[in-house]
Design a protein around this ligand. Structure first.
Ligand SMILES: *Cc1c(COP(=O)(O)O)cnc(C)c1O
Length: 367
């Protein structure tokens, strides 16, 4: 069914291409590129991004098996790494030709067992080392057990070995990051020296590519937020093109007299006559309720219109007292990266959270 909601998320594919080429230009020509499209492609559209980039990338990554299955059902044939498989979906991973991140002895044993049941041969798996993020992954002391499980069987093959940096965007943590890189080099070579396959290696996310391409490029990088136009610093973001524009229109304009209130809980009380515009987007669409009461703002006619009162589930009201506008006029709820960064900062979060919060009710429009 066609989505007739007037609130839409425009996705600028030429900006995706620009950003992809920008990061590619920082890499050796032989370095493989994995594009991370977990969480609906950071709130954009995983399927559209995948269709657009499948000829250019070596891998895609998603967080969960279901996200990979959706891509396979949409006809994507590129290898897909599932970053966080669980035991109960390992069979589905094989059924849909997805490649699991193997991060614990439990998951390794379970995956080998299922591979035997399904009679697969040389099924590609990716071994993750924890080098300091302390989220998922093996440590050095697991290596001998990994080797003893891998060696006697033919069902699975270690295709890559990887790790993830805890603070790649923060140059104050450079020493810690270099230590993570050193640890990764050490543990990966200990493992690789004892197994029959010759896996490739990868470690860098977006900020890693920006800050550590010479120290830790290895054979592949994992590009996420950068593709969508964010470089995790003002300077880096300014070199990227804007991909997402969250748009709506003015549904209704009200004149609020001194003493009247606006919205739930009467959170805003007018101290003089003000004009407000009601916009059909609310916290159910991903507009954080923390942006209520003058914290967040949209753009109307290129001017800032601050949110008045509480963000409702399906609507916001904004102050247009000083703005010349009419019902039906366009509203830019997220205009560009700088706008998203400023809103994120105002509510003590990061652009990643604002992007991934944009709900599925908002229609995605390719530009
Ligand atoms: C999400 C994720 C990435 C991508 O990170 P960005 O900062 O968005 O580039 C890379 N690797 C892993 C393991 C991830 O979970």
């Amino acid at each position: 069914m066609k989505n007739n909601h007037v609130t839409t998320l425009d996705l600028h594919l030429n900006a995706i291409d620009f950003n992809f080429n920008y990061f590619k230009s920082k890499l050796h020509s032989t370095t493989k590129i994995l594009v991370v499209i977990k969480a609906f492609g950071y709130g954009t559209s995983a399927i559209e991004i995948a269709k657009h980039l499948e000829q250019k990338v070596d891998y895609f990554a998603v967080a969960y098996a279901n996200e990979g299955i959706a891509l396979r059902n949409a006809g994507i044939e590129t290898p897909i790494l599932v970053l966080h498989p669980q035991k109960n979906n390992l069979k589905k991973i094989i059924d849909f030709c997805l490649e699991p991140n193997i991060y614990s002895i439990n998951i390794l044993k379970a995956f080998i067992e299922i591979s035997k049941e399904l009679k697969v041969q040389n099924y590609p798996i990716h071994i993750k080392f924890n080098t300091g993020l302390n989220r998922l992954g093996f440590t050095e002391k697991n290596i001998s057990e990994i080797v003893s499980l891998i060696k006697p069987q033919k069902e699975v093959t270690i295709t890559s070995v990887f790790s993830h940096i805890a603070a790649s965007e923060d140059l104050n943590e450079r020493e810690f990051t270099l230590q993570q890189i050193t640890t990764f080099k050490k543990v990966s070579s200990i493992l690789i020296n004892q197994i029959p396959s010759t896996p490739f290696k990868h470690m860098l996310n977006t900020s890693g590519i920006i800050n550590y391409a010479s120290e830790a490029q290895f054979d592949m990088v994992r590009l996420g937020i950068g593709l969508y136009g964010f470089g995790n610093s003002k300077n880096e973001t300014s070199k990227l093109k804007n991909v997402v524009v969250l748009k709506s229109i003015i549904s209704q304009i009200h004149t609020i007299k001194k003493g009247e209130t606006v919205g739930y809980n009467r959170a805003y009380k007018a101290t003089s006559t003000v004009k407000t515009a009601t916009i059909p987007i609310g916290h159910a669409d991903g507009i954080s309720r923390q942006l209520s009461n003058g914290v967040g703002y949209v753009y109307i006619n290129n001017q800032k219109a601050y949110i008045v009162g509480n963000v409702c589930m399906d609507m916001i009201m904004v102050n247009i007292t000083e703005i010349n506008c009419n019902e039906g006029d366009e509203v830019l709820v997220y205009k560009n990266q700088q706008h998203i960064e400023s809103l994120a900062k105002a509510i003590h979060t990061i652009p990643y959270e604002l992007l991934t919060a944009i709900s599925q009710r908002v229609g995605r429009v390719l530009k």
